[in-house]
Design a protein around this ligand. Structure first.
Ligand code: ZN
Length: 173
């Protein structure tokens, strides 16, 4: 980045921050030639975050998907569109501030629920029920796939030794 004072392109970043709606990165820089400090703002074209689906598939983070889920949950509740937007802004900021660039759908769902709960209990319960339903379906499909892979013997084996052991301990002696 060219220094606005001495015009040399020789700087180091001393601080990075996200501003307002989450998609602007503000960088505090120090020119290594003249020692002066200046700030740059970069607007991100899209979130540099990928979402890991339960199936392991990666997809780009889509703000619109999260927002429509939140809006469905707050329907007919005394919460403005603005509040819903703010919730998603805050979520985006949290994601960008975090170290991870790939994040699971469960984690995102949990983050939305935590924020909704603080805003409106009814909206929280609605979101949670839709979200859990979806998760259960996802898990159900996974189980079906396991069985069709011929992998279903493992569960029975794993359950048996634990049960037998505790019964013996509590019994005779
Ligand atoms: Zn300079």
């Amino acid at each position: 980045m060219r220094c606005p004072f001495c015009k040399m392109d020789n700087d180091k970043v001393i601080d990075t921050r996200l501003s307002d709606a989450g998609l602007v990165i503000r960088r505090r820089r120090e020119c290594l030639t003249c020692g002066k400090r200046f700030t740059t703002h970069e607007r991100l074209e899209e979130m540099p975050i990928r979402v890991i689906k339960k199936t392991g598939r990666r997809e780009p983070f889509e703000r619109g998907k999260i927002l429509s889920g939140v809006l469905r949950a707050v329907e007919k509740r005394p919460l403005s569109m603005e509040r819903a937007e703010e919730l998603v802004d805050a979520l985006e900021r949290e994601l960008l501030d975090g170290a991870e660039r790939e994040i699971s759908t469960q984690r995102i769902g949990g983050m939305v629920m935590a924020r909704l709960r603080a805003m409106d209990e009814v909206a929280y319960v609605r979101f949670a029920s839709v979200y859990r339903e979806y998760q259960a379906l996802d898990e159900f499909i996974q189980e079906i796939q396991k069985i069709s892979d011929g992998d279903n013997g493992k569960n029975a084996e794993a359950a048996a030794p634990g049960d037998g052991g505790s019964a013996a301990d509590n019994g005779q002696i």
